[in-house]
Design a protein around this ligand. Structure first.
Ligand SMILES: NC(=O)c1ccc[n+]([C@@H]2O[C@H](COP(=O)([O-])OP(=O)(O)OC[C@H]3O[C@@H](n4cnc5c(N)ncnc54)[C@H](OP(=O)(O)O)[C@@H]3O)[C@@H](O)[C@H]2O)c1
Length: 283
């Protein structure tokens, strides 16, 4: 019987949790179980009978979700309700990884865990649906952990795209009117496993690396830390990207509730960038 069953095990966060937890964790990939298949979800959780499910699986293609909101709700919303029901059925704990996209981004100070939600995208609405399924009965051992700007080794993410482009000598134009906190998967993995084993109050927690930046600032930090020279990098407004789904302009999360439970915040994102570069192959 594993301690942790990890959904989204093929994704960037799922892989980091499996690496951190080692023999304590078993992973479910998309190929193993489709979250929108209620019977498959129930059967997998009942078979493994973990102490806790760390639910990272999600359809994270924000623009894809905007084009197909029903699929977004089916995977991220209803899929999460099947995970929650299955955990209730066997008495397992549940950590559901959610997102800063449940907020509208109009804030100007870090969002506390009880700030009103108002998602502006189909992805955000689908993840909020998942939160409501998890928080339905406020039972002990059920937690929602919202995070932001996730990056880690092996993921298709912002640092990978920036470094690939910079190394190939292409000029960069990066959005400077969206602000948030990058979150490094190995750091988040530790925090999620901690929460799953502590007797913390049920409910919502926020978890991101320390520090606040724009995407432009983040790109400059990456290029500097990677010691890439002669990279042309310019600022651009997000309106020029013309993407189907709107993104929150302000995504900073107040992580003090999780810090109080764990006794320490996640490390600063600048420190995380350096560890990421030491793990990520150049190409
Ligand atoms: N990435 C971010 O910036 C960010 C920010 C805030 C919160 N989050 C949340 O953090 C969690 C982990 O994100 P991540 O960055 O690790 O995402 P990721 O790399 O896209 O991983 C998500 C995993 O879920 C799987 N998946 C997708 N659709 C599925 C389905 N219908 N049934 C079963 N599995 C399915 C994917 O498999 P396939 O690729 O094979 O489909 C993928 O392995 C997610 O819950 C996400 O909402 C992410």
């Amino acid at each position: 019987m594993p301690r942790f069953l990890v959904t989204g095990a093929g994704g960037q966060l799922g892989r980091a949790i499996l690496e951190h937890a080692g023999d304590d964790a078993v992973g479910l990939t998309h190929a193993d179980v489709a979250l929108e298949d209620a019977d498959a979800v129930r059967q997998a959780i009942a078979t493994h009978r973990p102490e806790a499910v760390l639910h990272c699986g999600a359809w994270t293609d924000v623009d894809g979700c905007e084009r197909d909101p029903e699929k977004a709700d089916a995977v991220n919303g209803h899929g999460t309700s099947y995970v929650a029901e299955s955990c209730r059925a066997i008495g397992a704990r549940l950590v559901y990884v959610s997102t800063d996209f449940v907020f509208d981004g109009a804030g100007t100070a870090p969002y506390p865990v009880d700030a009103p939600t108002a998602p502006i995208s189909a992805y955000g609405r689908s993840k909020l649906l998942g939160e409501q399924a998890v928080l339905r009965d406020a039972e002990p051992g059920f937690w929602v952990v919202r995070t932001s700007w996730v990056f880690g080794p092996g993921g298709r993410n912002f640092p990978r795209a920036i470094l690939d482009r910079a190394r190939s000598g292409q000029p960069l134009r990066v959005v400077d009117d969206q602000v948030g906190s990058p979150t490094f998967t190995p750091d988040l993995a530790v925090a999620l496993c901690d929460l799953a084993t502590l007797d913390a109050e049920p409910g919502v927690y926020h978890a991101s690396n320390e520090g606040v930046c724009s995407w432009f600032d983040f790109a400059v930090e990456l290029i500097g830390a990677a010691k890439l020279e002669n990279v042309q990098i310019d600022r651009m407004p997000s309106s020029e990207l013309d993407r189907p789904a709107p993104r929150p302009a302000y995504s900073v999360l107040d992580c003090s509730r999780l810090t109080a439970v764990r006794g320490a915040p996640l490390p600063h994102y600048r420190d995380a960038v350096r560890r990421y570069l030491s793990l990520e192959p150049a190409q």
